[in-house]
Every structure is written in structure tokens, then in C-alpha cells.
Design a protein around this ligand. Structure first.
Ligand SMILES: [Zn+2]
Length: 67
């Protein structure tokens, strides 16, 4: 079975973690960003906005990725 979502953009955070922007495979207009450092997430209707939010979070998030 196919993955439910796919990563479309990645940002490196200030702390060295990754923010993934993922697109829902069933609903193309649904995007979510997820920070692997602090666990914060956000939901957006368009990739552009999800990217903007994910990137702006990455600039300020200093959480280190957990092992
Ligand atoms: Zn974060």
C-alpha cells in the first residue's frame, strides 16, 4: 500500500533538526509541516504557505533532534 503522505520539502533548523513539509496523497491540497526537533506541527491548505511556515519555524527552532 502506498504511503499516506509524501515529503515535498525539507528545511534544516537552526538547531540542526529537520522540518518536513508533507503532502497528503489523498487530498493534494493538504500540507502539513512537522519539526523533528521539537515536534511542533502545522497544517496548511497550500504548499506555499506550508513551506513559509515550516521555513520560518526552522529559522527560530533551536531544538536538537532526538536520537
Ligand atoms: Zn521545532
Amino acid at each position: 500500500m502506498a504511503e499516506k503522505s509524501k515529503v515535498v520539502t525539507k528545511y534544516a533548523t537552526k538547531g540542526g533538526a529537520i522540518v518536513n513539509v508533507v503532502q497528503d496523497r489523498l487530498y493534494d491540497d493538504r500540507f502539513q509541516w512537522e519539526c523533528a526537533g521539537c515536534g511542533e506541527t502545522g497544517f496548511r491548505r497550500a504548499r506555499t504557505y506550508a513551506n513559509q511556515d515550516g521555513q520560518s519555524h526552522a529559522k527560530t527552532c533551536a531544538a536538537l533532534p532526538l536520537d
